[in-house]
Design a protein around this ligand. Structure first.
Ligand code: GLN
Length: 379
């Protein structure tokens, strides 16, 4: 293994799912829905497979999907992207992130990652030979500290990872925060990589802002998102990158030699779902269902005596963990039969999230009730 890859261990999601399965625990660890995607989406995929959508798509993505993504961005966030020169379909947001980082980071370049973070970000920077500078945020609201962020910039900074709504913290960035990061990026000639995978999962009065919709941000921003969470198809691996032409060109150069193209029939199905989603009230219904799931889980955590934060977005709840996180989670899986993710997995230094634990609520209410009963020791 190349030296730059030797720090990469097994994904925490793989590890905890294996452990959950071994012990027959309810898996509130890895974030994937345990319910079916919309029937119309499945029909569209079936239909696409039966109507010649079975060979390679054009490397940048099916024109129908690129148009649907651009149209969705314009209607929902008021940001225009040209489907031909500014939209690239990738194999999940993960491939989009890999392609963007590979295109931009040379050995020794620096990237800024806000903690708690999604594990892909530092892994990909390390693989490219880059150096990560961490900016910690803390329980319960995980607000970005702009002074600490500014202090993390150096002459070698190339990239700032932003994730809004945030996995695992649930925080959303404001227009002022995006603008401040973009101003710093301007000064240091760096770029923003904004992971908006959870864009449709926001609660209460929260409003998701597309980074590139904020004045002064568009030119230096790559937005990454995906169908995984919006349509409950984490296994389909359909994601996308929105970026100005020079950045799109950079991403596409890498993308064509990683996967060439994302799965054709699934792209076709997502194109249909994305175009009809807003009109049919799908996004509102999704949000209402997730609000209920969030509230049910928080209620159980409260009753189990675990102080939990109320996330504004995404589908995770962070709670205070009464013991060392790894030890406590292992015991929770073995003893209570519920799996969660130890908080330190989201911080580069073990001490960062050692008193935290992440529970996923992308589950049927019956699953959450069963897990809740186990958490309260009633089963
Ligand atoms: N994004 C999901 C999570 O945070 C799962 C990611 C994965 O399994 N690779 O749980």
């Amino acid at each position: 293994l190349r030296p730059s890859l030797q720090t990469l261990g097994t994904s925490v999601f793989t590890r905890l799912t294996q452990l959950a399965n071994q012990h027959g625990a309810i898996n509130l660890a890895q974030g994937f829905p345990d319910f079916d995607p919309p029937a119309a989406l499945l029909d569209a995929a079936d239909n696409a497979m039966r109507h010649q959508f079975n060979q390679y798509a054009p490397s940048p993505g099916l024109p129908a999907l690129r148009s649907a993504i651009a149209e969705h961005s314009r209607r929902r966030y008021g940001v225009d992207y040209d489907p031909d020169t500014e939209v690239t379909v990738t194999v999940g947001a993960t491939e989009g992130i890999w392609a963007a980082v590979t295109a931009l980071i040379s050995p020794g370049d620096e990237a800024i990652v806000v903690e708690p973070f999604y594990e892909t970000y530092p892994a990909v920077v390390a693989a490219a030979g880059g150096v990560v500078r961490y900016v910690p945020t803390t329980f319960p609201d995980f607000r970005l500290d702009l002074d600490r962020l500014a202090a993390a910039f150096t002459s070698r900074t190339r990239l700032v990872f932003l994730n809004s709504p945030n996995n695992p913290g649930g925080a959303l960035l404001t227009a002022e925060e995006f603008a401040a990061v973009a101003a710093l990026a301007d000064r240091y000639d760096a770029y923003l990589l904004c992971d908006e995978t959870y864009e449709h999962l926001v609660y209460d009065a929260a409003v998701h802002l597309r980074a590139s919709a904020v004045p002064g941000c568009r030119d230096r921003t790559m937005v990454v998102s995906s169908a995984s969470k919006t349509f409950s198809v984490t296994g389909w691996r359909v994601g996308w990158v929105l970026a100005p032409p020079p950045l799109t060109d950079a991403v596409r150069r890498v993308h064509q030699f990683i996967t060439f193209a994302a799965p054709t029939p699934l792209q076709q199905a997502v194109a249909t779902a994305l175009s009809t989603g807003a009109g049919s009230g799908y996004f509102d219904a999704l949000r209402a269902e997730y609000t209920e799931r969030r509230d049910v889980l928080i209620d159980y955590l409260d009753r189990a005596g675990l102080p939990a934060a109320r996330p504004a977005g995404a589908f995770f709840v962070m709670a205070r963990c009464p013991d060392d996180d790894e030890r406590w989670v292992t015991e929770l899986i073995r003893g209570a039969g519920v799996a969660a993710i130890p908080g330190s997995a989201f911080y580069h230094d073990r001490s960062g999230g050692r008193d935290l634990v992440r529970f996923a609520f992308c589950k049927q209410l019956s699953t959450l009730h069963a897990a809740g009963a186990r958490l309260m020791g009633k089963e």
